[in-house]
Design a protein around this ligand. Sequence first.
Ligand code: IPM
Ligand code: MN
Length: 385
Amino acid sequence: MNTENQLQDNMNTGETFSITVIPGDGIGPEVTQQSVNVLNAIAQKFGHQFNYQYCLMGAVAIDQTGNPLPDETIEACLNSDAILFGAIGHPKYDNDPTAKVRPEQGLLKLRKALQLFSNIRPITTYPSLHHLSPLKQKQLEDVDFVIYRELTGGIYFGEKKTNEDQTWASDGCEYTKEEIERIAHQAFQSAMQRRKKLTLVDKANVLETSRLWRKVVKDIAPQYPEVAVDFLFVDNAAMQIILNPKQFDVILTENLFGDIISDEASVISGSLGLLPSASVGVATALFEPIHGSYPQAAGKDIANPLGSILSTAMLLDYLKLPKEAKLVRDAAQWTIENMFVTKDIDPINFYFTSTVGELICEYVQGRVAGVFNQENVELRKSTII
Ligand code: IPM
Ligand code: MN
């Protein structure tokens, strides 16, 4: 980019944003660090300012405060423009069903506190990574869909009961018309911007809540006459996502079904490490990769930072900075196309988390095209011999 354009960019914009950063557990801190670096590169190029407030949530918060979600974290989130979150979870809690305090409680409480009712998970495929997908090439071409998962209702938040001698347990599942309507409108609006197809995934042949979802979606549909609506039972949907994923455009579903099918869908692209998500609702929106805390990789500089960096692109869109978001996506795509990728994608010739992050920052700052020095990048590669 020439100096004149650069000057113009700096003069046209120059906004200030406050970002709450919650690095969380496991690989969360190291992937989030790369996203902060990318935001700083964007700030420098476009003349914006991002002010960060770092907060605790998850196992790290339990260790330091006894509470998976300290009040100061909720307070900071409510007072910021957007939230960048890493990952949550620690093996010491996973294998202990009696643990009263668990890292995941922090995330669930934050979703509820901020009323983040809509979790948006786009599924994209990259031709250079088709070989990593368990699906065949012909099923992968043109796969591009987005899952709208309801995030603050259903069985996750219903009444939980157990009897005293622990021989019986129950989780209630409830939804109201209003809870379904608000996310359904978001999903329809997204479909209008895309290929105008919406699939409701439910279990209406069995569940009362699913029958309510169907009714509410059918009632709303006439407000979006251009959108073709269809309905799939979740067991069939789980199969269709693998058999013929390109049939989907926007999938709308409730909390638990969305949790399951979005992990299933994530394998299509070749690595769980690539996938971003946004959780939006009433208060400040939150952006996080869909992968977990991957404790085996923590601190090794091998985790894929793209899930977090692509979540940062969604964050930039949310802050109404589409040019900046596109640049981050282009940079991520460029690393994938050139196989500047982490160990999950290329276990032999891989680059470190921090190197992939640095390359993306260099691309964002326009220091790659033209002056790009392949040898210099090769030096940063790790090769197992
Ligand atoms: C997710 C996670 C969470 C969920 C866990 C960590 C509570 O799996 O964001 O998908 O089940 O919602
Ligand atoms: Mn999940």
